[in-house]
Design a protein around this ligand. Structure first.
Ligand code: ZN
Length: 241
């Protein structure tokens, strides 16, 4: 699987002109090595003959010598189509933790940054930094909902307070309301009317959110609960059986 390298991870470019094309090529990239999981600065030399639709090169992690490929998918980025740059990907792509979809959009500014830093620290295997940042992000999330006098309690108590200050049943009622008001969505389900792309996308969104809300999230939280509970159980000694 390939992994996308975000623009902010590219720390150096070079330009190369061949015939009428000028290539803008990433030559220095900070990213996690898929083999040793350390944060590495890769120096990239595009040794293969440059192509106007796709470029690739092979390089090695300076720490563990593991081989990686970088792939650049070209987009023509000037009106006369002679300046070529593009998105860059690494293969193999290490299984990195990704932020929850939508976090950038829905979290308050400071919390969003702390959350992203938490994910980055985890991916770089910096466990102490992860726990510090994760604690700060959790605090930010909870403080954005609880009144100030509740935020001096323990984390467990603060979480326990959340339902008092949040309408947890509201998402389902909002969905019911949307179906009731939203141009008789039910008539599309009954095939009385023919849906278009927009209506179909909304119907599938409705199904997705309901599955996520009713089944996926509760099951995941239950599994997390059990794993956290097992942390406090004593580890059986090797000669106990
Ligand atoms: Zn490595």
């Amino acid at each position: 699987m390939v992994r996308y390298i975000p623009k902010q991870s590219i720390v150096g470019f070079a330009q190369k002109t061949i015939n009428r094309y000028t290539f803008k090529l990433p030559v220095s990239v900070d990213t996690i090595c898929p083999h040793c999981k350390r944060k590495i600065n890769y120096h990239i030399e595009w040794i293969t003959q440059l192509n106007t639709s796709l470029n690739y090169t092979i390089t090695h992690c300076p720490a563990c010598q593991g081989q990686v490929r970088f792939i650049q998918i070209i987009e023509k980025s000037s009106p006369d189509e002679t300046l070529l740059s593009g998105e860059i990907f690494i293969y193999p792509g290490a299984e990195l933790r990704q932020p929850v979809k939508g976090s950038e959009e829905f979290l308050a500014d400071g919390i969003d940054r702390t959350y992203l830093s938490t994910i980055n620290a985890f991916n770089a295997q910096e466990w102490t930094a992860t726990s510090v940042l994760c604690g700060r992000a959790l605090e930010g999330v909870i403080k954005s909902i609880l009144p100030p006098e509740e935020t001096t309690k323990s984390l467990a108590n603060q979480l326990g307070e959340l339902p008092e200050h949040l309408e947890l049943h509201k998402p389902i009622l909002t969905l019911a309301d949307a179906i009731r008001k939203g141009g008789h969505l039910e008539t599309y389900f009954d095939l009385e009317k023919e849906p278009n792309e927009e209506i179909s996308a909304l119907m599938v969104d409705l199904l997705d959110y309901l599955i996520e809300y009713l089944f996926i999230l509760p099951k995941r939280i239950e599994a997390l609960h059990d794993k956290i509970e097992n942390l406090s159980k004593p580890v059986p000694s090797p000669d106990s059986d």
